[in-house]
Design a binder for this molecule. Structure first.
Ligand code: SF4
Length: 432
């Protein structure tokens, strides 16, 4: 007999999404009907998976909890549970401040929610989950936590020490998902570079990639969130060895000025960073690098900012995101530096940086006009099919707008000829 419906609401990043997917699978296995991020929450039970990364994310999480507290008061739901990063970080405060929530769980003990709801079906794999992404792609979380302790970052305070999963378990998960029709695997971790060191005594990302690239049915593997210091260079020949490892690397560099990098406690300097980018590009021809940068960190004067701007102009990143520094409590930076750069200055620097990148992105996209690229189709809209090349990660990177000359299947790969380019989109047509 089907039990009650549970609505799960996921806030924050793709790592949280994977936790929600696992939770949903476990709930489904014990007989609940589960809905994710539904427009119309109509279950008797609501679970909010919160984010505690930065101020805006925390505010969104709190507002969402309060919204459902109100719904509960109005009798629209019976039980409200909260889990995830915000809940891990402010567990004691939240319990006192929002007593209407039936129970809070942290980032790692949400399993307890299952035992609280019912007894777990014994043979459910710990990594099994219900996918909320389109069925052809997914995220694979290969480790939790981070040991780097960058000065600005609260993640290690929330997620704890870096803990890798075994190559065997990850391979089993990938095989299971291939069996369900997944073709594209976006590998994620807080610190991809350190994969394996805690359980194997050495970095093992290359061995992991070599193993999963050989699983039949894995069409694309994409790498997210490498750390630049102690970069695992042995992955580069593996990226060349397997056609199904996308020539793509997401690596947050944060800054280029030696002063700022040192203040950020990033364990790498300008010279090391430039050498790393050169090696990546020389070793893996055509690699697309995605990076994230931060402006307005303590120690960033006009000179340091201009150094960053020049670096962006010279490095010509294929994809780039940037943020203005926002002090996070309990971090090294909050305890040891003064956040003295005015918000207007931070915003001005951010805008200039992003405008510079827009020009670069357009120039790089225009170089693709006339080329034929392998594209996966994600969805259909009124005038176009929307797809991505191996150089585009879901949600964050440019998309390919494919003219609707012919019927295409969602989730299939096609050869698309690029006929036009915008800074953050390509226009293409089916190449026959
Ligand atoms: S490596 Fe990433 S997750 Fe780890 S402390 Fe630095 S910014 Fe935070």
């Amino acid at each position: 007999m089907k039990k009650k419906r549970i609505d799960i609401i996921t806030l924050g990043c793709s790592k949280n999404l994977v936790d929600s997917e696992r939770l949903m699978k476990r709930m489904s296995d014990i007989g609940y009907e589960v809905a994710h991020d539904s427009d119309k929450v109509c279950g008797e039970i609501v679970v909010i998976n919160t984010c505690g990364f930065i101020g805006d994310a925390k505010e969104e999480s709190i507002n969402t909890i309060l919204e459902y507290v109100e719904a509960k008061k109005e009798g629209k739901l019976k039980y409200l549970f909260v889990m995830g990063c915000l809940s891990e970080r402010y567990f004691d405060d939240l319990k006192i401040e929002i007593p209407e929530v039936d129970k809070f769980y942290g980032k790692f003990n949400w399993d307890k929610l299952i035992t609280d709801l019912q007894t777990i079906t014994p043979d459910t794999k710990v990594y099994d989950r219900i996918l909320t992404t389109p069925p052809h792609y997914t995220y694979i979380k290969i480790s939790e936590g981070c040991n780097r302790f960058c000065a600005f970052c609260a993640i290690p305070l929330i997620t704890g020490r870096h803990t890798s999963r075994t190559i065997e378990e990850i391979s089993d998960e990938v095989k299971m998902l291939v069996g369900r029709g997944v073709k594209e695997f976006n590998i994620i971790a807080q610190d991809l570079s350190s994969y394996g060191i805690d359980i194997y005594g050495e970095m093992k990302l290359a061995a992991l990639l070599d193993t999963i690239a050989q699983i039949d049915g894995v069409e694309w593997i994409r790498l997210h969130y490498a750390y630049p210091a102690q970069f695992p260079y042995d992955i580069l020949p593996i990226m060349n060895k397997h056609n199904n490892i996308c020539k793509y690397l997401d690596i947050a560099l944060q800054h280029i000025s030696d002063t700022v990098l040192s203040n950020m406690r990033r364990h790498i300097n300008k010279e090391g960073t430039i050498k790393l980018i050169k090696t990546l590009r020389e070793s893996v021809p055509g690699i697309h690098i995605r990076t994230t940068l931060m402006v307005g960190f303590p120690g960033e004067g006009e000179n340091e900012y201009n150094e960053l701007l020049s670096f962006v102009k010279e490095a010509k990143f294929d994809r780039m995101g940037a943020f203005a520094y926002c002090e996070e409590e309990d971090t090294f930076a909050a305890k040891n530096y003064t956040d003295s750069i005015p918000d207007e200055v931070k915003q001005e620097r951010l805008t200039t940086l992003m405008e510079t990148q827009e020009t670069i992105a357009l120039e790089l996209n225009e170089n693709k006009i006339g080329k034929s690229l392998k594209v996966i189709v994600d969805r259909e809209e009124d005038d176009f099919y929307i797809g991505r090349t191996e150089f585009d990660s879901p949600e964050v990177d440019p998309e390919v707008l494919i003219k609707k000359d012919k019927k295409l299947e969602i989730g299939n790969f096609y050869n698309i000829k690029i006929i036009d380019a915008l800074p953050f989109e390509l226009i293409g047509t089916l190449n026959e």
